[in-house]
Structures are given as C-alpha cells and as structure tokens.
Ligand binder design. Structure first.
Ligand code: MV4
Length: 504
C-alpha cells in the first residue's frame, strides 16, 4: 500500500492535498514549473521536482514527466487535484500502467462522463432525469440535428460532446439560424477539444445550478454529502458557492431525492472516489442531470465545513482500498457555509487578470473562518495559470450568520500588490438579491454591476439589512408585519435575530 503521494498540481489545491497527506502520515512529492520555484506547495512538500517552463503544456500537463518523477521518487500514488490532468482518462490509465495509484475514479468512468452525450445516455438508462434532447451517443450530422431540432423544440442549446465550461455551446432560438450556429459551435469545439462533435438539449431558462458531492469506495458503498449552490458565476467561472442551497435548504425531501438520483448516476458508471453530479433545477424544482465532474472540485470546502468530512483524506483512503468511514445515515448537514473565490483580477475593469508581486497580505482568522491559499507576501502572481489565489470559506449556524461573518472576514482580508475581486464579494454581500437567496446563473452578468452597487453606499449595511429581510419574505404575511412596525434600530444583531425568527 502506498504511503507517498505525488501531487500533480499547484497553488491552493496542491497545498490542501499536502495537508491531508500530512495528517494521514504520508510523504509528499511536489512538482513545479519555472514560474513556481518559490510557490507555497513547493515549500510545504517533503520533496519537490522541476517539471519545465512556465506554460502548462510544458509543465503541469506533462503527464509523462510527472509519472517518471513519481517512479523515481518512489511515490506510490498521484493526486491530480482539479484542472490540468485531473479529467484525462489517458493520464489515469498511464498511472495504472506504471503501477501507480491514481487518486480518482477509474479511467473508464472518466471517459464515460467526459463525453457528455455518453454521460447523458448512460445515466438516462439508469433512470436519472436528463433535459430533453438528442438521444444516443454516436455523432450526428448537421442534417440529422436539423431534423431532430423541431421535435425537441426551441429555444435549444447546441453543446459539444467533449464540452464543459460553456465552450462550443450555442443558444438557438429558431431553425433558420441553426446551420450557422452549428458551424461555429463545431469550430469552437474542434479548436478547444480537438473534437467538433455536438448534441442538442432543450434550453432551460433561469435555472439554478445545484451540484451534489459524491463519495464512493472500492467496496461499492456510494454516498452523497448534500448539495452546493453554484449559480453565482460569471462567464462560466464560479465566484461564490454555498451549502446548503438557499433554493432547497428547507426541502429535505427534495434533497434526499436529488441525492439518491446523484448516487444512481455515479453507480451507472461504476464510480469510485470523489465526484460531483451537476443538476439544473427550474423554478418548479424540477431537476435534470447536467454533467458529472470526475474530480475533486474547487468548492469542496463548503461541503467539508457542514458535514465534517475531510473529502481529500477520504479520497486518499479510498485510493488505498480502504472502506469508507461513513454510511449515508452518518451524514448530517450542520449550519451554513459560504465560499468566496478570491481571484487576482480587477472587478472595476471587466475582471481583467492582475499580476505582480504580493507585497503585503493579512489573512482573516477567528471563529468560523477558513482560508485555503496558494500565495504569501513575496510571491509573484504570474499570468500563466488561472487567477484563483485563495478561497475564503466561512461557517455560520444560519445563512444570515454566515453572511455577516463573510462580511467581517472580507473586511479583515488585505492583499497588496495585485488587484483582487474582494470588493466584488463585498458588494455582493450587500446585494439584496444575494441576501434573499434570489439568484440564478444569469444574476452576475445581467443584474449586477459594481457601479450600481457602490452608488449610495453610505449607510449600506443597515439599509440593506432591512431590505434583505423584507425581500426574503415579501410573500409572507409575517414580512408585512415587520414593515408596519417600522423599527429604526437595525444593527446586525437585531437584523440577524429578526431574520432567524422569520425563517423558522
Ligand atoms: C444548460 C443550460 C440551460 N439548459 N443546459 C453551462 C456550461 C455547461 N456545464 C452546461 N451549461 C448550461 N447548460 C440546458 N439544457 C444552462 C447552462 C448554463 C450554466 C450552467 C451552470 C452554471 C452556469 C451556467 C451559466 C450559463 C449557462
């Protein structure tokens, strides 16, 4: 059984994985690019090896070199983190062929879920609801797609079978615009994935993006760890995640139903290790399988915080062939967790990536606060990788307490040297729609602007606290009661207790 793990990643997630290994008493091997000589993950690991030049293609995507380093350093397993090689079935297979454990699912499960059309038909056969669309897994020609489109109905979406991240996705409002959109979708998919194959799905408008965390061991036990609300995103980049989802938080029956379906979807491909089932949920709480992510996700901490399960440690135990330490009945959701992704980017300039040396930094601490970071004062943020520099996660007994705590933590957090999206998160925490949990996947792009948020910011927290209470409960009689009372004292504590009284 292996006791040394190579971490095939960088940044905050590499540090996160090293910490889990350390707690398990396992040795760690880091790999790094020329841009990451001074990186935190290199310092934290027991050993570190240079992969090559900064561009990912020449470093973190060099699966051959990474396997070679694992063998030389006598690591017995490779943890891929997220991104880079995490969802490459060929890499997972190459690890197994070299006699290394891959801390993740089997190559066959990665491949089945990686092809979105195969994933759709596989889970559908297992009784999982999917959005109406084209059936089967082979490639369809334009004439066939054009003939099927009217049966599915408009508006619809063209999606790349190799897809993910919205690449190669096109909205089609009418049949006559479809040939041109098919052409551009195929071109984009070909350029992004080297595969121009596409399929069709009916477009669900104004839906929420809710995902379920799955854990499965090699003995056949599959459990879910509840959901995460991931609708707050911009251009397919998530900005904030929370658990539970405000949309289903009070509906445990729906949660258990979706969770059971998520487990069934994972079982349909013989899934082992940690994974995530993404659903779209419409206003009427109908839910549909969207895709499965066959990796550890950026937002896994919100689930860890409310379940108490260390997902990364559990991943490693599972990869060592151990039985899971939990059954479904052991899993309880306690309180509320929110994660803000802190990116080196300028929210006042179209979220343009920001690079440079971090000269000073002060991390928020104290009760209910966790920061997963890959940087420190003196570190140079380079343009070669994604702009995520840390994740700020808070826990509260209730959603309101978590929001107030996040406000406090964002205020404490100081980073000098690069621009960050912290001001964006601060404005978001003051947004009435966010406070009321009333947002879908279009919210940030269509209804939120930094300028509008900052107009009349004087006295913002008190005013917004009252309005949040009202917005969240505008349909209820009890909310009307509060308006009539017209109380003036609106300190955070009063707001909190009032909101919580209303939510009971
Ligand atoms: C959809 C959809 C609406 N209807 N499918 C976006 C990326 C890819 N993972 C799937 N995506 C979507 N698929 C149907 N049938 C809306 C989206 C979508 C979305 C999904 C999750 C999170 C954010 C999103 C933002 C825009 C569109």
């Amino acid at each position: 059984m292996f006791s040394k793990v190579l971490i095939a990643n960088r940044g905050e997630i590499a540090v996160r994985i090293i910490r889990a290994c350390r707690e398990l008493g396992m040795q760690t091997v880091a790999v790094y690019s020329e841009a990451d000589r001074q990186a935190l993950h290199v310092r934290y690991a027991d050993e570190a090896y240079l992969l090559g030049p900064a561009p990912s293609r020449e470093s973190y995507l060099r699966g051959d070199k990474i396997i070679e380093i694992a063998l030389q350093s006598q690591a017995g397993g490779i943890h891929p983190g997220y991104g880079f090689l995490a969802e490459r079935a060929d890499f997972a297979q190459a690890c197994l062929d070299a006699g290394l454990a891959f801390v993740g699912p089997k190559p066959s499960a990665i491949a089945a879920m990686g092809d979105k059309a195969v994933a759709r038909s596989t889970v559908k056969r297992a009784g999982v609801p999917v959005v109406p669309g084209t059936e089967g897994e082979g490639s369809l020609r334009d004439e066939e797609l054009l003939a099927l489109a009217p049966q599915i109905g408009f508006p619809l979406l063209i999606k790349a079978t190799a897809g993910g991240g919205g690449k190669g996705m096109r909205e089609v409002r009418a049949l006559d615009e479809m040939p041109a959109l098919l052409l551009s979708a195929r071109r984009e998919a070909e350029a992004s994935f080297g595969d121009g194959n596409v399929y069709l799905e009916k477009l669900l408008e104004g839906a929420r993006h809710i995902e379920f965390q799955i854990l499965a061991d090699t003995q056949g036990t599959v459990i879910h760890l509840g959901e995460r609300e991931c609708s707050l995103q911009r251009r397919h980049q998530k900005l904030l995640e929370e658990s539970p989802s405000p949309f289903i938080s009070d509906d445990d029956e729906l949660r258990q139903k979706m969770g059971a379906v998520a487990v069934r979807a994972a079982q349909a491909v013989g899934y082992v290790n940690a994974g995530t089932i993404e659903f779209l949920v419409d206003k009427d709480k109908n839910f549909f399988f969207l895709e499965m992510n066959t990796r550890l996700q950026v937002e896994h901490p919100v689930t860890e915080i409310i379940t108490g399960v260390d997902i990364v440690k559990e991943q490693i135990r599972i990869a060592r062939g151990r039985q899971m330490r939990y059954t479904q009945e052991d899993i309880r959701l306690n309180g509320w967790a929110i994660e803000c992704r802190i990116n080196a980017e300028d929210p006042y300039n179209n979220f343009l990536p920001s690079t440079g040396r971090i000269s000073h930094s002060l991390l928020p601490t104290g009760p209910g606060v966790r920061v997963d970071t890959g940087v420190y004062p003196g570190f140079e943020v380079s343009p070669y990788y994604d702009s995520l520099i840390s994740k700020l996660i808070v826990w509260g007994e209730t959603r309101a307490e978590a929001i107030l705590r996040m406000r406090r933590a964002l205020e404490e957090y100081k980073i000098v040297g690069v621009r960050t999206n912290i001001p964006f998160h601060q404005n978001l925490m003051d947004s009435h729609r966010f406070m009321g949990g009333q947002y879908d996947t279009r919210f940030v792009e269509e209804r939120f602007s930094m300028e509008a948020a900052e107009e009349g910011k004087i006295d913002r927290s008190d005013i917004s606290a009252i309005i949040a209470t009202l917005v969240a409960h505008q349909q209820t009689q009890r909310a009307a009661h509060i308006i009539q009372r017209g109380e003036r004292d609106t300190s955070n504590w009063k707001w909190l207790s009032r909101w919580e009284r209303l939510q009971r």
